[in-house]
Design a binder for this molecule. Structure first.
Ligand code: SF4
Length: 393
């Protein structure tokens, strides 16, 4: 029998979150712990070349080590996205799995980070966790930043810090979807934010790391995204990539307006759901999707799959850096030039974004039981009273 093709998977282990990020309302819509993915369900996952473990805040789950142990049976590489708050739990997990990757969300320098993420002492805790992991000799450690108007000036300073510490630096920008329980995210001053991305792209291209040159391409794609343009590369989510939510629902991605379900791994085998008519219907929707997301979860598999295009971009721009020229200008993107030259207005670009009218309803993707608990309490109060969160120093 031929070896099955390895997939790229994202496992959303919980929708519970202890942060209060300004660009994500997931903390208002938590899952119930007893409904969340079990090891028995994870046992049915297919072979994967890469798995991202995310939430909510994954380390709220006190059995995360069991989850990761099971995932390593399926996946060549695992990276956990976290807010870095539960330092002891993170350190404890990394002692057992020194080859796991850890990405801590840091949204800017101290004041900016704490204002955006709403975590008490979040910046200091995040950095302390990063430093501790470094001291332990963890290799795959870094931080991730979601760039928006208020923190864009911190983009390059944070990149410099990541270099000083020899850490990975992952970037993202604002998206709207059921996953973020948000549909009003938008960049207001596109040119100003893009100018900070441009500086980062230049710095990455000047580095000696091929990985960073491709990161430069990814950030070039982020500028393209905030101008509401067509993705630089096709989106093939649900073909060789999947997301699974805390309820076992398998989805193409986390960028859709409403939750799209291919099947449920609690009730079905992987082969049944992956080859089902429902999965094919979702794939047809993906082919017609115009949301043009550019998140690492959907861009990275595309860069890998359509490598010649990004490789040609990297080659041309790296050559400029080697010749001592400015390696990159954001004005190579037609939409950036069009806004500068008054051929398009900010309002016209706003209309191309996924930001909706103020009264638009947001899908939160919760199960009926998780939704029901919100009838008598808020998501914040439910999570604050959760024994898995309460009493954490
Ligand atoms: S563009 Fe791709 S990642 Fe974004 S919502 Fe559509 S299918 Fe999902």
């Amino acid at each position: 029998m031929p070896t099955p093709k390895k997939l790229n998977g994202t496992v959303i282990v919980t929708y519970r979150c202890n942060a209060r990020c300004s660009m994500c309302n997931r903390y208002k819509a938590p899952s119930r712990p007893e409904e969340e993915l079990t090891v028995e369900t994870l046992r049915k996952l297919p072979p994967m070349y890469f798995t991202n473990v995310t939430g909510g805040e994954p380390f709220i789950r006190t059995d995360l080590k069991d989850v990761v142990r099971e995932l390593f049976r399926h996946s060549d590489r695992i990276v956990i996205s976290t807010n870095g708050f539960f330092t002891d739990r993170i350190v404890d997990l990394c002692k057992e799995f020194p080859n796991v990757g850890i990405r801590i969300s840091i949204e800017g320098l101290e004041a900016t980070n704490n204002a955006i993420r709403g975590l008490p002492d979040g910046y200091r805790r995040g950095y302390e966790t990063l430093k501790t992991l470094r001291k332990m000799g963890m290799k795959d450690v870094g931080f991730g930043m979601t760039v928006q108007d208020c923190n864009a000036p911190d983009l390059v300073p944070l990149y410099d810090i990541s270099n000083e510490w020899g850490m990975e630096f992952a970037t993202a920008t604002l998206h709207n979807s059921f996953y973020f329980v948000e549909n009003h995210n938008i960049i207001h001053d596109r040119a100003a934010v893009a100018a900070h991305f441009e500086k980062l792209v230049c710095a990455l291209l000047k580095s000696n790391s091929p990985k960073k040159w491709f990161r430069a391409y990814f950030n070039h794609g982020l500028i393209n995204y905030i101008y509401g343009q067509k993705r630089l590369l096709p989106c093939d989510m649900s073909f060789d990539t999947f997301f699974i939510d805390p309820y076992g629902d398998v989805m193409p991605c986390n960028g859709t307006k409403d939750k799209e379900v291919m099947g449920n791994l609690n009730r079905q085998t992987w082969d049944e759901l992956w080859n089902s008519p429902e999965a094919d219907a979702v794939r047809r929707k993906v082919r017609r999707c115009t949301r043009n997301c550019w998140m690492i979860g959907s861009a990275s598999p595309a860069i890998r799959k359509y490598l010649p295009r990004p490789a040609w971009w990297v080659l041309r721009h790296k050559l400029r850096a080697l010749l001592g020229l400015k390696p990159y200008s954001m004005y190579e993107l037609p939409a950036v030039r069009a806004l500068r030259d008054g051929q398009v207005t900010a309002a016209e670009l706003d209309a191309l974004s996924t930001c909706e009218r103020a009264d638009a309803v947001t899908d939160n993707g919760l199960s009926a039981a998780s939704r029901a608990q919100l009838a008598y309490s808020t998501g914040e109060a439910i999570v604050a009273a959760d024994p898995d969160v309460r009493g954490t120093p």
